[in-house]
Write a protein that binds this ligand. Structure first.
Ligand code: ATP
Length: 573
């Protein structure tokens, strides 16, 4: 497969803003691989289309900065000053290199054309080079690609190296293309995707006609996308829908997914980042669990041992993000994990089992139930204990009064509310389902991403003063729902200035447009209908509650969530 053929289709994908057209062009790519290439090529093309060399579950990055890229292309005869000028003019290093490469007449014609395989494998090698002289070696490999690349190939090569393709391709659109081309229901592909987190692998196996391949099943040390809950307007409504349900304390902490194989333990965050190194005491506690192979999920809470109550969420973040002095931090901030689900044990996957059964397996592992109705006294005594691994407090009931009492008790011990779980439901990775609800006292706060920052005035003149915040649709397109400036301390503003300056896409004078990387949680007085914003809703009086460095732009709330909360709010009025 020639890299040039792929680039030409990438160009078409880039040119259209219509999702269906993007899907259809991607289908052409699949077709082309089928005709001219190998299944492995499709795998590589999928990664490349979303600006990656490694699968999505794999946190490694190429880690090549603009500087090295510029050095590489200047070493093949592109003038540096001209290049810098062009980057300024186009706002895109890919386009800049493309335009200047077209002025170098002789080059690419003299060489064998680049293949997808070569580009991919060379970049993978670049990512793996370490140690002395590594920069030089990387430079040499990258230059060798640019030397042979035609102008348009240069554009996508440069963007791929910086891991930002700018063609508007994302996993849902690729899944759509695969579903249409191979005539497999999208839900089925979505489920496999949530388990593998690897769009390349999925597409490769599809092309081989091997969807039952073991590689596509749950696997230790490859984190799976978590099952998510919906907000319910009331306990009554959830019970009406579910009949009997399991209520659990909704802990105020951070979700963890723990994988164990003998003495090897890894812990992943809600975003599936590997946070093992920051949490040594949890790793040690998990090692002691008397099961060989395990994947479990739980909420990691920072416990104040004096009061038995949770400490602020920021303290968890301090633990999760810590890279040095971990021992010291460990003494300062004590953690406890409340396990609430099990996905895998000793070679057996539990994701298709009913929740009731999964819970029973989990209870057998820890050796007790934590049933609030019968074990409340012990539970309360142990709030201040040194326990590191625990199991979530539960109440199985169909009685609203009893459920409400449990909810109030959960709030009284400092947590957020309750989860309400359907006893018969399987584990549905990666989706927000009606078999698991959350119920909290206030209108749900929203996780939104910052897309623009306005330069501050007066007291805030050295910083940015207010921020455009967005929710997303199912395809990942972003929609503003307001501007937020309150709820930020001076040190927050200081930090935001630093972070925002690193991700500016365009300077618009009074404000700057930024890459959607900073996720914040905002509270608000209410959601209003609005003509001002294309999505039709605006947040009234939003205020920042906290930074969600544990979330990315794919984890923010959706327009659908905004609509749902709007309806709940109308119901309450
Ligand atoms: P939030 O921002 O409210 O934490 P979220 O978007 O991270 O929500 P949701 O699925 O909406 O995720 O809410 C469920 C979250 O609540 C889980 O991701 C988990 O982190 C947390 N949680 C706390 N206690 C429990 C529990 N007992 N069972 C399941 N999830 C729990």
């Amino acid at each position: 497969m020639l890299w040039k053929d792929v680039c030409e289709i990438f160009n078409k994908i880039e040119k259209t803003t219509k999702r269906l057209e993007k899907r259809d062009y991607f289908i052409k790519l699949i077709d082309m691989v089928k005709e001219k290439g190998k299944p492995e090529d499709l795998k590589k093309i999928c990664y490349m289309a979303i600006g990656r060399v490694y699968p999505e579950y794999d946190e490694r990055e190429l880690g090549i900065g603009e500087k090295l890229l510029i050095n590489a292309v200047t070493s093949i005869g592109i003038n540096k000053d001209e290049l810098l000028e062009k980057i300024k003019e186009t706002g895109d290093i890919g386009l800049a290199i493309e335009q200047l490469k077209s002025k170098i007449k002789q080059a690419s014609l003299l060489f064998q054309p680049l293949t997808v395989d070569e580009v991919y494998e060379t970049l993978k090698r670049v990512g793996e080079i370490e140690g002395e002289g590594s920069q030089k070696k990387k430079l040499r490999l990258i230059s060798s690609l640019f030397l042979r690349a035609s102008p348009i190939e240069c554009r996508y090569l440069a963007r791929l190296i910086l891991e930002d393709m700018r063609i508007g391709m994302n996993v849902p659109t690729i899944l759509d293309s695969l579903s249409v081309y191979f005539n497999v229901p999208k839900e089925k592909l979505e489920k496999i995707y949530a388990i593998t987190n690897d769009i390349g692998l999925l597409s490769e196996k599809l092309l081989m006609g091997d969807l039952e391949n073991d590689e596509l099943k749950l696997k230790l040390f490859r984190p799976i996308k978590p099952m998510l809950a919906q907000l319910t307007p009331s306990i009554e409504e959830a019970l009406l829908e579910m009949g009997k349900a399991q209520f659990e304390t909704k802990y105020d902490g951070a979700r963890v997914q723990i994988h164990k194989d003998g003495d090897k333990v890894k812990i992943y965050s809600r975003r599936l980042e590997d946070v093992t190194n920051a949490l040594p005491e949890i790793v040690e506690a998990v090692k002691k669990i008397d099961v060989d192979k395990l994947i479990v999920e739980g909420e990691c809470v920072a416990i104040d041992k004096e009061t038995g109550k949770p400490r602020p969420f920021q303290d968890i973040l301090r633990r999760f993000r810590r890279k040095y002095d971990i021992g010291k931090m460990m003494k300062e901030i004590n953690l406890r994990v409340y396990l609430f689900d099990i996905l895998y044990k000793d070679g057996v996957s539990f994701i298709d089992e009913e929740f009731e059964k999964r819970r029973k397996v989990l209870e057998d592992i820890v050796g007790y139930e934590n049933d609030w109705r019968t074990e409340r006294e012990r539970i309360e005594e142990e709030l201040k204990s040194d326990k590191i691994i625990d199991i979530s407090y539960k109440l199985v009931t169909n009685n609203t009064e009893e459920a409400r009492e449990f909810y109030n008790w959960s709030l009284s011990i400092g947590h957020e509310g309750v989860m309400i779980k359907n006893l018969k439901a399987p584990y549905t990775p990666g989706s927000r389902v009606r078999t698991m609800y959350k119920f909290k006292p206030t209108l749900e706060s929203l996780d939104v991403v910052i897309t623009k920052a306005k330069r501050g005035m007066g007291k805030r003149k050295d910083w940015y003063g207010s921020f455009e915040i967005c929710v997303r649709d199912d395809e990942g397109n972003l929609y503003p729902v307001g501007h937020v400036g309150t709820g930020l301390t001076e040190s927050d503003l200081e930090m935001l200035k630093e972070e925002i300056d690193k991700i500016i896409i365009r300077d618009l004078g009074e404000e700057v447009e930024v890459e959607p990387k900073i996720v914040i949680e905002v509270a608000y007085e209410e959601i209003q209908k609005s003509d001002k914003y294309p999505c039709g809703y605006a947040l009234r009086f939003p205020r920042v509650v906290r930074f969600r460095f544990d979330k990315g732009k794919d984890d923010i709330n959706t327009i659908e969530d905004v609509e749902r909360i709007y309806e709940i709010q109308r119901g309450r009025k």
